[in-house]
Ligand binder design. Structure first.
Ligand SMILES: NC(=O)c1ccc[n+]([C@@H]2O[C@H](COP(=O)([O-])OP(=O)(O)OC[C@H]3O[C@@H](n4cnc5c(N)ncnc54)[C@H](OP(=O)(O)O)[C@@H]3O)[C@@H](O)[C@H]2O)c1
Length: 388
């Protein structure tokens, strides 16, 4: 951890270095005097006493609403993506013993929205999330996703046939130790099943009380619209960050028009926007080793965006991760990012984004600057029109 922070700070200017040191000092204080009782009876940091330097975890109790009308769902303005805790995506899978305190610590910091999927592990992530949240089940919102078939613990393809969705949901309920799924997403469209049949199956599951709200992931505006006509959609979860802005091509507009919430995954661009990597970073395993935005050429080229984010971090007395998340929150009131992390101190940093505000003029100035940057190896705006 120390090494990671050292690398991250190595090319930052002095004011931001001071901010981070303040943040780390506050982090150290968490372990000693600034403590309060948590929902789990353990000693937890009192974020309300923190205000200086890079913003520490916000104690904001504000909520955001995903979806509308009878299909609205209130959640914390920032959720927790639990994927990397067990998926092996960005780090080796962590133990339940290590991760349960992170999930429960998130709740103690005000997070009520937790993201998982049967794909993550597979299954181990839902088991972890279920166990971690069981004592506070009625106070949290769990989102999970179906859409794949597994054999011998490995995904073997997409499958959203109605009987398979029903079977998947039974497994989810068992692993999540619950009698209902608050937000049931279709993870990826199955090209062999019409979206109307998938939405119809979720509609029936909602009638039966096994699911409470319907979500989609990575669907085109057209598919989203067709699904919504059968069963109103509460949230669309799609990749979106300062690095990957393709949802600005009709996806966000469609959500706004239909009253659908938007949950950006990859909100800190798989760590790129937290300033933990640089142009010399190289990856031999996990997702970073295979996604195009982490290829050497892309890291080098796209560093210009990170430099801009760093500048704004200095200007707003925040960290790059906080600027990235605050910018997402400022785009639309129905946006709820779910940064993924395996570390409570990173989550606290991410939650500090709730205290970063942009004026309309600042948002315009920021956009003018980042739109001039010619990013490479990112998803094209055209790709927003296709189901992924
Ligand atoms: N619907 C979909 O298809 C889909 C796809 C992918 C992910 N998701 C969901 O979206 C969630 C978030 O996406 P993601 O995890 O892919 O990407 P992300 O949130 O942009 O990035 C996660 C990475 O950022 C690092 N990080 C987070 N906050 C940090 C901080 N303050 N300082 C330094 N590093 C920080 C984490 O490392 P540390 O562990 O070291 O903090 C982790 O490796 C996932 O957990 C998952 O639930 C959904």
């Amino acid at each position: 951890m120390t090494q990671e922070i050292d690398i991250r700070k190595s090319d930052m200017k002095s004011k931001n270095e001071q901010n981070r040191r303040n943040f780390l000092k506050l982090g150290a204080a968490f372990g000693t005097s600034m403590i309060t009782a948590s929902a789990f009876g353990s000693m937890q940091p009192a974020g309300s006493q923190l205000s200086t330097g890079a913003r520490a975890a916000s104690t904001s109790t504000k909520v955001r609403t995903l979806g509308s009308g009878n299909h609205a769902l209130e959640v914390s303005p920032i959720g927790l993506g639990c994927m990397s805790m067990t998926s092996g995506s960005y780090n080796p899978p962590r133990s339940k013993k290590e991760m349960i305190p992170v999930i429960r610590g998130a709740f103690d910091q005000g997070v009520t929205f937790f993201d998982t999927a049967e794909f993550y592990g597979p299954f181990t992530n839902e088991e972890l999330v279920g166990e971690a949240l069981a004592p506070i089940r009625n106070q949290v919102v769990i989102g999970t996703k179906f859409g794949f078939e597994f054999k011998d613990g490995k995904p073997v393809g997409k499958n959203s046939r109605p009987e398979h969705i029903r079977q998947a949901v039974e497994g989810m309920l068992r692993r999540l130790k619950t009698d209902r799924i608050d937000l049931l997403y279709m993870h990826r469209i199955d090209p062999n099943v019409p979206i109307e049949d998938i939405a119809g199956t979720v509609r029936d599951l909602i009638k039966e009380g096994k699911a409470l709200h319907f979500g989609l992931s990575e669907t085109s505006p057209d598919t989203t619209r067709r699904a919504h006509a059968v069963q109103p959609v509460t949230a669309l979860q799609t990749q979106y960050s300062l690095l990957q802005r393709f949802p600005e091509n009709q996806v966000l507009d469609t959500c706004e028009e239909l009253g659908i919430g938007f949950v950006p995954w990859g909100p800190v661009a798989r760590g790129f926007l937290t300033d933990k990597f640089n142009e010399w970073s190289r990856f031999s395993e996990g997702r970073h080793a295979v996604v195009p935005e982490f290829e050497p050429e892309a890291l080098k080229n796209n560093m210009e965006l990170l430099c801009l984010v760093r500048d704004w971090a200095m200007r707003k007395d925040a960290t790059p991760a906080q600027i990235s998340l605050a910018w997402l929150l400022a785009q639309k009131p129905f946006i709820v990012p779910i940064p993924g992390t395996t570390k409570l101190h990173h989550l606290k940093e991410d939650l500090g984004a709730l205290d970063v505000r942009f004026t309309a003029g600042e948002l315009e100035e920021f956009r003018t600057a980042f739109e001039k940057i010619d990013l490479i190896n990112v998803r094209s705006f055209e790709s927003a029109k296709e189901d992924q």
